[in-house]
Design a protein around this ligand. Structure first.
Ligand code: ATP
Ligand code: MG
Length: 363
C-alpha cells in the first residue's frame, strides 16, 4: 500500500529545546520517523515566526537556529529520513500566508485562546505586532504548503490546527479541492500535553526560564531537580503529600516506566505504589527527586552525548539545513503552483486564457 501520510511540525528557535518540547513533540517525532509509516516528514525551525515577537533581537534567533538543529539531531531526527529546514528560507510560505489572510477575519484571530495568553505573557496589551497577531495564519501556510496530514504538537497548538483546518475548508470551498486538511496528533500521555515548569508554573517555556534543557549537563539536571517545586504543605517527611500541582510527580508521569523501579528503586513495584506512599505520608521529597533525577539522566545522557558529537562539525550541520531547505522549497513551490492555478492568478502558463482573451479583443 502506498504511504499517504505526511508529517509536519516545528519549533521556534528562541532558545535551546527543553524536556517539555521533548515529551510534547520531539520524542514522538523521532518514533514516527523511525516507524516507516509516513510518506514524508518535515521538521522546521520557525525563525520568521520567532521574529514576530523578537523583532529587535535578531541575534537571539540567529544563535538559536544552530542550537535547535543540534537538539534535533541529538534527539534522533535523521536528515536521511526527515527533511529539516528553516522557515524564512522558503519564500513560498509568505506568499501563501498573504492569500490566506483574506480567508480569516480579525475577530476570528482575536478569539484564539493561545494567542490571547501569549499576548498577555509578553505584555503586548494594545501594541501587538500585526505579524505576531497573524501568526496562526502563517502556521496554516507552513502546514498546508507541505500537504501535511499529521501535526504532532503539544496541547497549546490545538487552536492553531483548528485555524488551519478552517482555512483549508474555506479555500477548497471557494477555489476547489486543492489543500489538505491536517490533523493534530497530541501526546497520548496526559502529563506530556503541557509539561509544567520546574517552578510549578503551568508550562515549561523558553520564555519563562523554568526549563530543563536537553543540553543541560548532568550536574545542571541534578541541581534543577533538587530545587523543583513540589507540595509546599509537605513540610515533614511524615506529612501526607499532595500529587496535584506537584511537578516532580508530573515529570514522573511523563518519564517513568515500570522498569525504572527495578533499576533505581526496588522499594516499589510501580508508580501507583510510590504515589500511594507519598500521599499517605512518610516519604520525603528528596528520595522522590533522586529517583526522578536517575530517570532523567538515563533518558538525557545519550542525547547529551550525541549532541557533543554533532557539535564537532558545525559546518556539516549548516550544510544539512541548507539541503533540507532546498528539498522543502521544491515541495512548497509545487503546492504554490496549484494554489495559484486554483486562485486564477496563473496568467502565463494558461494557454486557454491567452487564446480566449485574444479572441475577445479580435472582434
Ligand atoms: P516560546 O516561549 O518561544 O513560545 P516554547 O517553549 O513555547 O517557546 P515552541 O517553540 O513555541 O516552544 O513550541 C514547540 C513545540 O513544543 C510545540 O509543539 C509545543 O506544543 C511544544 N511544547 C512547548 N512547550 C511545551 C510543554 N511545556 N509541554 C509540552 N509541549 C510543549
Ligand atoms: Mg510557544
Amino acid at each position: 500500500m502506498e504511504k499517504e501520510k505526511v508529517i509536519l511540525t516545528g519549533d521556534r528557535p528562541t532558545g535551546k529545546l527543553h524536556i517539555g518540547h521533548y515529551v510534547g513533540s520531539l520524542r514522538r517525532r523521532v518514533e514516527l520517523q523511525n516507524s516507516g509509516l509516513y510518506k514524508k516528514i518535515f521538521v522546521f525551525e520557525a525563525d520568521a515566526q520567532a521574529l514576530t515577537d523578537n523583532i529587535d533581537n535578531p541575534e537571539k534567533v540567529r544563535q538559536n537556529v544552530i542550537e535547535v538543529a543540534l537538539d534535533y539531531l541529538a534527539a534522533g531526527l535523521d536528515p536521511q529520513k526527515s527533511t529539516i529546514f528553516i522557515q524564512s528560507q522558503i519564500p513560498e510560505l509568505c506568499e501563501l500566508s498573504f492569500y490566506y489572510m483574506d480567508l480569516v477575519t480579525v475577530s476570528r484571530l482575536q478569539r484564539n485562546p493561545t494567542v490571547k495568553t501569549e499576548i498577555q505573557l509578553r505584555n503586548f496589551e494594545t501594541s501587538i505586532p500585526v505579524g505576531f497577531f497573524t501568526y496562526p495564519i502563517s502556521q496554516a501556510a507552513d502546514i498546508t504548503a507541505f500537504k501535511a496530514t499529521t501535526v504532532p504538537v503539544g496541547e497549546d497548538q490545538e487552536p492553531m490546527l483548528e485555524q488551519a483546518r478552517e482555512i483549508v475548508r474555506r479555500f477548497n470551498y471557494i477555489y476547489g479541492e486543492t489543500l489538505v486538511e491536517p490533523e493534530i496528533l497530541l501526546p497520548d500521555n496526559a502529563a506530556c500535553l503541557r509539561l509544567p515548569g520546574t517552578d510549578g508554573k503551568a508550562k515549561m517555556s523558553k520564555s519563562l526560564g523554568n526549563c530543563i534543557y536537553l543540553s543541560d549537563s548532568a550536574d545542571e539536571v541534578e541541581k534543577k531537580v533538587r530545587s523543583m517545586f513540589t507540595d509546599p504543605t509537605h513540610l515533614r517527611v511524615s506529612d501526607p503529600g499532595k500529587l496535584e500541582g506537584n511537578c516532580v510527580f508530573t515529570y514522573l508521569d511523563a518519564f517513568c516506566k515500570e522498569e525504572h523501579f527495578g533499576r533505581y528503586w526496588t522499594d516499589y513495584a510501580n508508580l501507583d505504589e510510590l504515589k500511594a506512599h507519598y500521599t499517605r505520608g512518610g516519604l520525603g521529597d528528596m528520595k522522590v527527586k533522586k529517583f526522578l533525577a536517575a530517570i532523567l539522566q538515563e533518558e538525557l545522557t545519550p542525547i547529551r552525548e550525541r549532541r557533543k558529537e554533532f557539535e564537532k562539525d558545525i559546518p556539516a550541520v549548516y550544510e544539512m539545513l541548507k539541503k533540507g531547505c532546498e528539498a522543502a522549497r521544491e515541495t512548497a513551490a509545487q503546492t504554490l503552483d496549484e494554489v495559484r492555478r486554483a486562485m486564477k492568478i496563473n496568467y502565463f502558463d494558461d494557454e486557454a486564457l491567452i487564446a480566449e482573451q485574444a479572441k475577445r479583443f479580435s472582434n
